[in-house]
Design a protein around this ligand. Sequence first.
Ligand code: PLP
Length: 373
Amino acid sequence: MTIPFNHLEAIIHPDRIVQNWRKLEQIGGKAYAVIKADAYGHGVLKVTEALERAHAHTICAGSVEEAVAIRKNGFSGRIMSLLGPQLDQDYALCATFQIIPFVGQVPQLRRLDASAAAAGLRQPVALKFDTGMNRLGFVPEQVASVLPEIQSCSHVDVCMVCSHLAVADDSSEQNFTHKQGQRFSTVVNYLRDAGLQFEASLSSSPGLLAHPELRFDAQRPGISLYGGNPFWGTENEALGEGFVPAMELRSRVYQVHPLKKGETVSYGRTFKAEHDMQVAIVGGGYADNILRCLSNRTLVTIHEKRARLLGRVCMQMAAVDVSHISGVQPGDDVWFLGGPGENPVRVEEIADCCGTISYEVLCLFGQNQRRFA
Ligand SMILES: *Cc1c(COP(=O)(O)O)cnc(C)c1O
């Protein structure tokens, strides 16, 4: 635990993640909950404990180390590692802790087989095929040469075959998405014809929600579990609604003072008052991942009313226009994300202020101290 240096708290609602997961399974069938990168900033152990209580069957961690930590914490279902074995120690860890790694290179297969054999264990794996991301994985053209490799690995069981869509969130790119779907089908059929038995999985949240025709045996939703909308700002936006945000970010007001017409606030004097105002200085700055690009842009809520940041975000503080909110006092709650009231600030709005996506904001905000509701 690092020494607390601020007064921000990310408030996490694991029950809402469970609720979103159930809804995703209702919509798209079997869903492997993606909890990589510390559950998108939500705290992977608490999130997986909640998923375990809800009898979630399969979860996707990032690194093998993350997967092992979840297993050691008591998760009894299937744990995948999307990054697969990278470090020397990862191979033995996968067998010992029965982690299902993504595997996209022949040497990884051989090393996994050797470690499992040495330990007298079986090694379940998820074969990863690259159908268009051009990131990790075997290419579909390799499938004929990969098959005998698999067959010669006597301790490896292929339990999943996966790929990942590059533009499932973009309805103008349907052709590319369908091409990926076709490439994936070809691979899946080839391996099934050869007698392998496995679950096939292609779609993450946007594919699950926008492409029912690309549902294989399971989907891998991430962002929708946490209440983010992968279609924000697109014509498909409605498809991503209806999931409950699972993170809120709260801090406190430090001081309230008037700002006279013509005066400026914060470094660089980037905000100048056009009329007399009331300003609250609040805890939260770029050291807390209240990104500096939110300067003069993002909204917060105080007393359930929206208010805009004024001037540059500092390392640990920011200024807020509270001219329209009466009775703001030092110690009052300020919500950078979520909070009570009719109109809490959404993660997508914050992302828009900085030209980024909800995923990045959640990962960053979640690095603050967390409280679990
Ligand atoms: C992160 C990730 C997902 C989840 O994606 P979302 O867009 O958050 O639903 C699924 N599969 C893989 C391979 C991933 O890396």
